[in-house]
Design a protein around this ligand. Structure first.
Ligand code: NAD
Length: 303
């Protein structure tokens, strides 16, 4: 298969490396020349991690970085849009892809939660459009949400499911094209409650991370939430949720705890500080430590 990856920011390089390792011919493009120049380093880092994960390597050509979107998608069987999370930008890119590929090319979006049906409304051939929502880092987290929009042809959903399996990831079919799909709806429910608990002074950020990572995250990696309900007992869930659900955060806007920091340019690791503070050395150390631990946990879970 020839695959094209459009957008080489956080997600693109790892996606390209995963597809190439599975034996596909991969071409990439980013509108920003600086991102194109950095791409090879990103492919190399992801490829090294795939090696540590023990992912089998099929013969493949070097990943190409094209100078234009049309060159990138020429002859593609699958084009993956991976640009900024804005509907108008995505529709513009989809139209450019549509104009440059054959009618059989599947066009996928890695949107984090824009309904695929909204993207379909903006283009001429919606039946070949589908959501392919990777999880960050895309070469390490082996799960991809597959989201058909209202007009996606069933054969496109089947083909996408087969592609995800072939590259060694687990396809998760989303039956209704709801905003945020499933992974981000669950994640953002957790984040809303966590931010609220810190904002209300119930707990310090570091202690919250310890509580959630060890008390919930570690367990959920082994026993998913639906299986956990059975493990704990549905009667327990009923008893606790009967008094607790009404206490949980239900705010519909973003908490001031976050908006005050973003308005001061405190965006997290990318600006050296957000909820926690970071030096450049600390950032490098954290990235290396997290990649190592994610590789070890994935290996343990797959054993
Ligand atoms: P990013 O901002 O890091 O990268 C986006 C890239 O798209 C940039 O390099 C930008 O130059 C490029 N771009 C913008 N307009 C373009 C155009 N018209 N043509 C070609 N390139 C263009 O974003 P990201 O974090 O890699 O996210 C990409 C997509 O994947 C988004 O839809 C995002 O919601 C989704 N996603 C992100 C994550 C994550 O954790 N970062 C996880 C899953 C899905």
């Amino acid at each position: 298969m020839k695959a094209a990856v459009i957008g080489l920011g956080t997600m693109g390089p790892g996606i390209a490396a995963t597809l190439a390792r599975a034996g596909h011919t991969v071409s990439t493009f980013d509108a920003d020349a600086g991102q194109r120049a950095k791409a090879k380093a990103g492919f190399d880092i992801a490829t090294t991690v795939l090696g540590h994960l023990g992912v089998a390597e099929q013969p493949h050509a070097a990943i190409a970085v094209a100078e234009t979107l049309a060159d990138c998608v020429a002859g593609a069987d699958l084009a993956i849009e991976n640009v900024s999370e804005k509907l108008d930008v995505k529709i513009k890119v989809f139209r450019e892809i549509e104009a440059a590929v054959s009618k059989d090319c599947i066009i996928a979006s890695d949107t984090s939660g824009i309904p695929i049906t909204q993207i379909q409304e903006g283009i001429a051939t919606p039946e070949r459009v589908i959501g392919m929502h990777w999880s960050n880092p895309p070469h390490i987290i082996p799960m991809i949400e597959v989201i058909p929009g209202a007009k996606t042809a069933p054969k496109v959903t089947e083909a996408m499911t087969a592609i995800v399996k072939q590259i060694g990831h687990l396809p998760v079919l989303i039956k209704k094209d709801v905003p945020g799909f499933v992974e981000n709806r669950v994640l953002y429910s957790i984040m809303r409650e966590c931010v609220d608990l810190v904002e209300q002074g119930v707990i310090e950020p570091e202690a919250l991370d310890t509580c959630v990572s060890w008390g919930i995250g570690y367990k959920l990696a082994v026993v998913g939430p639906m299986a956990l309900l059975d493990m704990a007992g549905l009667d327990i869930y009923q008893a606790v949720s009967s008094y607790l659900n009404k206490e949980l955060c239900t705010r519909t806007d973003t908490a001031p705890y976050v908006t005050e920091k973003t308005s001061q340019g405190k965006l997290g690791m990318k600006t050296g500080g957000g909820i926690f503070d970071y030096t450049p050395e600390r950032i490098d150390a954290l990235r290396a430590e997290r990649a190592k631990k994610l590789v070890a946990v994935r290996k343990a879970l797959q054993s």
